[in-house]
Design a protein around this ligand. Structure first.
Ligand SMILES: [Fe+2]
Ligand SMILES: [Fe+2]
Length: 320
């Protein structure tokens, strides 16, 4: 699954070319993607202008708000969100307020089979390939929390600030989660998957948070999506820790997942009790928070189902 696909002259290709050569023709804004993959890759490129590592995209940044880029962004995002919303139809129905609905959603989709395979069956090469695509509960989580707190006040602001400070290792350089992530990547020899190496479900999962983080109208959905991530990361990371132990991984490989196995159940609880409970007194927040959590659960479900098929997980668990 991580083998590169041949480059195609679709929308993503033309967009990269236009950004490289400062030639954003209005016709590009009306160009149709070749297919779903091309659409997601083009959207990921545009979102990278807003949230990607600055040194990787700095030559394109003057075009961040170019009208052609902006019109493509809103068109591709609208289509993407319709698809994601349809995908929530496969999730169990939830009832009650935002806190209850988020707990129900988290519980119903807590531990996909792929994580039990990670703990008990995956070979070292398979585990490294899975983690390269899954990306851990981090990648850009600190930036997402920072964007999520813009314009909040009171307790929700403090909850997100405290979460961010944990991401920063509470001021200790060695404890910064990105540093722990980098150590894990080196120790296991993980290579981050390029856009063309990601399965479509992986691209959807990657793109969702950035779509929410770059649209203020979707700030409640971002609170819901990040909250769900925190609520589910603990048990999933524990399975990864078990798998790494089983395969004799070293401390550098273990520290990142162990930290999240330990901290995220607390993060999830505080996010719900401190931020969601207070914000959700307002129906605009409540509705959006529930929707965002379900969007996140839906894209996760598609990705983990794809991973299970790719690694033959149902077969291996049935044979066990
Ligand atoms: Fe983290
Ligand atoms: Fe966390």
């Amino acid at each position: 699954m991580t083998s590169s696909r041949p480059a195609r002259a679709g929308l993503a290709h033309h967009l990269r070319d236009a950004l490289d050569h400062d030639l954003l023709d209005p016709a590009l804004g009306a160009t149709e993607p070749l297919d779903h993959r091309d659409e997601l890759e083009a959207l990921a490129i545009i979102l990278g202008l807003h949230t990607g590592p600055v040194d990787r995209v700095r030559h394109w940044l003057a075009h961040q708000h170019h009208p052609v880029v902006a019109s493509l962004k809103s068109r591709l995002e609208a289509r993407f969100l319709v698809r994601v919303d349809h995908a929530t139809a496969t999730l169990p129905v939830v009832a009650g307020g935002a806190v209850t609905a988020m707990r129900q959603t988290a519980r119903a989709t807590m531990l996909p089979d792929i994580y039990r395979w990670v703990a008990n069956d995956a070979g070292r090469g398979e585990l490294v390939e899975f983690l390269s695509l899954e990306g851990g509960p981090d990648a850009s989580f600190d930036d997402l929390v920072a964007l999520c707190q813009v314009g909040l006040s009171g307790r929700p602001k403090l909850v997100l600030a405290d979460n961010y400070w944990d991401e920063m290792g509470r001021g200790s350089a060695d404890g910064v989660h990105t540093t722990l992530h980098d150590r894990m990547v080196v120790s296991l020899g993980i290579t981050s998957a390029s856009l063309s190496e990601q399965p479509i479900s992986g691209l959807e999962r990657m793109v969702l948070n950035d779509v929410l983080a770059t649209n203020r109208s979707l700030q409640p959905e971002l609170v819901g999506a990040l909250g769900l991530l925190e609520l589910q990361a603990g048990p999933r990371c524990r399975q990864v820790v078990d798998g790494l132990h089983r395969l004799g991984a070293d401390e550098d490989a273990l520290a990142f997942y162990r930290e999240h196995a330990h901290a995220d159940p607390r993060h999830g609880k505080v996010w719900l009790d401190g931020a969601v409970a207070e914000l959700a007194r307002d129906p605009w927040w409540s509705t959006g928070i529930i929707r965002g959590a379900r969007w996140r659960a839906a894209v996760n479900q598609r990705f983990f189902d794809d991973m299970a098929t790719h690694f033959g997980v149902e077969r291996s668990l049935q044979a066990a």
